[in-house]
Design a protein around this ligand. Structure first.
Ligand SMILES: Cc1cc2nc3c(=O)[nH]c(=O)nc-3n(C[C@H](O)[C@H](O)[C@H](O)COP(=O)(O)OP(=O)(O)OC[C@H]3O[C@@H](n4cnc5c(N)ncnc54)[C@H](O)[C@@H]3O)c2cc1C
Length: 589
């Protein structure tokens, strides 16, 4: 097949905050940059981020980056790499001010400074009083950041391929990544985008679970592309369940509600978080609050006729604060629950939210893999940032407000590193040497066109999501995980036999959903297989059969390879860049 080919210095797959921040750095340095996105850029999931972005600006409470670093290391349950965490927390204040100058309309304090709200896991002075570190534009911070970055990219003349779906990476025989095969959704045309560097910024995989806060597009495409290219995924067992999704529906109610003074009540009207986290209470780390809610419900202290959720009370904040600081939350409740939180509490339950694991990278965004004795060697020409990547700053549990920070910090860092790479790698490598990977990607597409009978994509996706929710949820045990792996392997087989519905009138969107389902299968298997192997409880990974954290055996990152569902491990980088490390200790809030 003769495919059209376009050439750029850099290809960025994904137009969320991570991809756009990297693209901006590159375009401003006069590199030619293509950004591919399966939806119009400002519809990327970053747009949905509500609560804000962390930086120790100290506008509301005393603060500094080192305290932020401590909180992030503790929040990660000591699985985060401390060099990357130091780098991120040090860069934070500068990047918030930079965003402000680029046009993000942050909310203001009376003295004109950027408004900051308290979020979970934030402390002053290494574990002392609650800090207020989350910079917010009301409860629409991601919307403000994404639109600003998009406009900046338009000004910098970044080239956008809107509504193009990336199918697979193209790699040559020497292991260099040369670009990607993409499909134009409107027409079904295929296109090769050839680039000296390719950056994946495809976001998380919240769609693995039935109840989740994520956009429909969060299907882990970039992560699955990497697996198919023979590269492992790191720490996939760590998936964050946000404590306050709307019960039964999953939409997010930001932690900012509790930051503003809202709190949780069980069916007996008790503020139960006081029992689980005597100091931080409702602002304990997310994994802690999610487990507390699940335990309350399991022990019969839930609310409602089925006692299957708890209540988030905020009416005592008064309508003025709610309308000024949490207008989006109020709209969501009125639209989906017909409840006005100015008057009534919100029914909530934990919901799948954030992928801590992902494509292993160093702090320059380079994708790195273990080679022989060395724990990391870069894959030439391949970068990853944002929720699809695992750098790892979030370790076993991400703190609220740290992801918007992660995407701009490492988006910029990757952009800078790519500029260096382009100086040394001035020519495109010959695409003929990547013919095998082109053929493999085309064969994936062709398989769906050939199968005429079988189960449908829709049925199988639903079954996969139920399986992941039931067998790999908030609480895990060996038995349940073993069944989960078995079920997922079965689903993998069935997807290989599945069909697009009616071949006489297949829409390209149906083809995309089929490819996305394959991506969910690949990342879902990575998640359950890694979860079954890790016999300890750390951060979001909570094993009832191994309730304690076990630093002796498990203070290490998992690496999952698709081939034979194989696992490997690599050490956590405990040593920061300039300061003393924070050695693991018991984690209490
Ligand atoms: C409801 C919600 C609220 C949140 N609130 C906060 C918050 O207050 N603070 C905070 O720090 N974090 C928050 N988070 C987390 C944070 O918003 C995300 O982790 C972050 O925005 C992810 O950015 P990203 O650039 O990595 O990816 P995304 O913004 O998810 O963008 C992914 C991009 O990849 C593209 N893409 C994916 N696959 C393909 C493909 N195959 N081909 C072409 N393009 C593709 C998509 O089109 C999209 O442009 C929230 C998350 C959710 C879901």
């Amino acid at each position: 097949m003769n495919l059209e080919c376009r050439k750029f210095d850099a290809l960025v797959i994904g137009a969320g905050g991570g991809g756009l921040r990297a693209a901006l750095q590159l375009s401003q340095a006069d590199a030619s940059v293509a950004v591919v996105s399966k939806v119009f850029p400002t519809r990327s999931h970053t747009v949905a981020a509500q609560g804000g972005m962390n930086a120790a600006l100290a506008n509301v409470s005393p603060d500094n980056w080192h305290w932020h670093m401590y909180d992030t290391v503790k929040g990660s349950d000591y699985l985060g790499d401390q060099d990357a965490i130091e780098y991120m927390c040090r860069a934070a204040s500068h990047l918030v001010i930079e965003l402000e100058h680029q046009g993000v309309p942050f909310s203001r304090l009376d003295n004109g400074k950027i408004y900051q709200r308290p979020f979970g896991g934030q402390s002053q002075n290494f574990g002392g009083a609650q800090a207020a570190r989350t910079c917010a534009a009301a409860d629409r911070t991601g919307h403000a950041i994404l639109h600003t970055l998009y406009q900046q990219n338009i000004q910098a003349r970044t080239h956008f391929f809107d509504e193009y779906f990336a199918i697979d990476l193209l790699m040559d025989k020497d292991g260099f990544v040369l670009g990607a095969l993409v499909l134009r959704i409107e027409t079904g045309e295929l296109l090769i985008i050839e680039a000296k560097t390719t950056l994946l910024a495809t976001g998380g995989v919240g769609r693995l679970f039935r109840t989740n806060t994520n956009a429909r597009i969060n299907t882990g495409d970039g992560m699955a592309m990497v697996l198919r290219a023979g590269i492992p995924l790191q720490d996939m067992e760590f998936f964050q369940f946000h404590p306050t999704g709307i019960a039964g529906k999953g939409m997010l109610i930001t932690e900012g509600v509790r930051g503003e003074g809202g709190y949780l009540l069980n069916g007996d009207g008790e503020r139960f978080m006081e029992r689980y986290a005597p100091n931080a209470k409702d602002l304990a780390s997310r994994d802690v609050v999610s487990r507390a809610i699940a335990v309350e419900v399991r022990e019969g202290r839930g609310c409602g006729p089925d006692k299957d959720h708890v209540m988030l009370k905020l009416d005592h904040l008064g309508s003025e604060i709610i309308k000024k600081r949490l207008p989006g939350i109020r709209d969501t409740c009125i639209t989906f629950l017909h409840i006005d939180p100015v008057e009534q509490p919100i029914p909530v339950f934990p919901t799948a939210h954030y992928t801590m694991g992902g494509i292993p990278t160093n702090r320059y965004g380079q994708v790195v893999v273990p080679v022989k004795q060395s724990p990391e060697e870069p894959i030439p020409g391949l970068y990853a940032v944002g929720e699809c990547a695992c750098v790892s700053v979030h370790g076993a549990n991400r703190l609220g407000g740290n992801s918007l920070l992660d995407i701009v910090v490492f988006g910029r860092a990757a952009g800078n590193h790519i500029i260096e790479f382009l100086r040394e790698n001035r020519y495109h490598r010959p695409m003929q040497n990547a013919q095998d990977s082109i053929d493999r990607a085309l064969a994936r597409l062709a398989r769906w066109e050939q199968r005429r009978e079988g189960e449908t994509v829709d049925e199988l996706r639903k079954e996969l999501q139920k399986t992941m929710e039931f067998y790999c949820g908030v609480f895990r045990t060996r038995d349940v995980l073993e069944q989960g792996v078995k079920k997922m392997l079965e689903i993998e087989q069935r997807v290989a036999q599945a069909t697009l519905r009616d071949h006489s009138q297949v829409f390209n969107t149906a083809r995309i959903e089929a490819l996305e389902l394959e991506n969910l299968v690949d990342t879902g298997l990575a998640t359950v297989v890694s979860a079954l192997a890790r016999e300890e409880s750390r951060g979001a990974h909570s094993r009832e059969d191994f309730p304690e954290r076990d630093d002796q055996r498990w203070l290490k990152h998992s690496l999952y390879y698709q081939e034979q569902n194989r696992l490997d491990y690599k050490p956590v980088r405990i040593k920061p860049l300039t300061v003393e490390s924070f050695p693991p200790k018991p984690r209490v809030y």
